[in-house]
Design a protein around this ligand. Structure first.
Ligand SMILES: O=C(O)CCC(=O)C(=O)O
Length: 183
């Protein structure tokens, strides 16, 4: 089932848990953070953020012409996935993480509508609050939510959305998007 509108739970994680997860994900021995480049209108562009992923072993999430092959879930993260699944009432088999060092790092407008992407996306935010914009399903206008530390957002990835840049001095933010890939 797809959601018609977005669902936002501000206090999905108690602040102590949210702090723990932010700290855990920032450790390079837990997560291999990488800078990725992709082709857009024939030009090679480096993404203005860092990226990592986990998922059921052998699953490949391919987008912007790049493979993201999963090798399994660290035990700690599969426990977090189970908590997200319970609220979303849906299973997830892939996790994409984005790490924004400051307000100049962002994600441009896009849709997550690759073939094989099913159900809704569950987006867990950690660190500095940042503005998420998405297209209204009613009139196509831009709506927005400030995603807070420990919050969970459920949304239909086929709706255009972005993580806006800001000139305000903001600290690091890590975002986890749990997805269901059907292959
Ligand atoms: O960092 C965010 O909240 C946005 C992530 C996003 O748009 C995506 O993963 O498709």
């Amino acid at each position: 089932m797809r959601l018609l509108s977005v669902f936002y739970q501000r206090d999905f994680l108690p602040s102590k848990d949210a702090d723990h997860w932010l700290n855990w994900l920032q450790q390079e021995n837990n997560v291999a953070w990488a800078r990725e480049s992709f082709s857009i209108f024939g030009r090679r562009v480096t993404a203005p953020r860092r990226l990592a992923w986990f998922g059921d072993a052998g699953l490949n999430y391919r987008y912007t012409g790049t493979d993201h092959m999963a090798e399994g879930w660290p035990t700690a993260l599969s426990a977090l996935r189970d908590r997200v699944q319970a609220v979303a009432a849906q299973e997830f088999n892939f996790l994409l993480l984005n790490r924004y060092a400051n307000g100049q790092q962002y994600m441009g407008w896009h849709r997550d509508d690759e073939a094989g992407c099913a159900g809704n996306i569950a987006s867990l935010s950690l660190g500095a609050p940042r503005r998420f914009r998405y297209e209204s399903e009613i009139n196509g206008k831009s709506e927005q939510i400030d995603l807070e530390h420990g919050s969970l957002l459920l949304f239909d990835g086929r709706r255009r959305h972005c993580l806006a840049k800001t000139v305000r001095p903001v600290e690091e933010r890590i975002n986890l998007t749990f997805r269901l890939l059907k292959l």
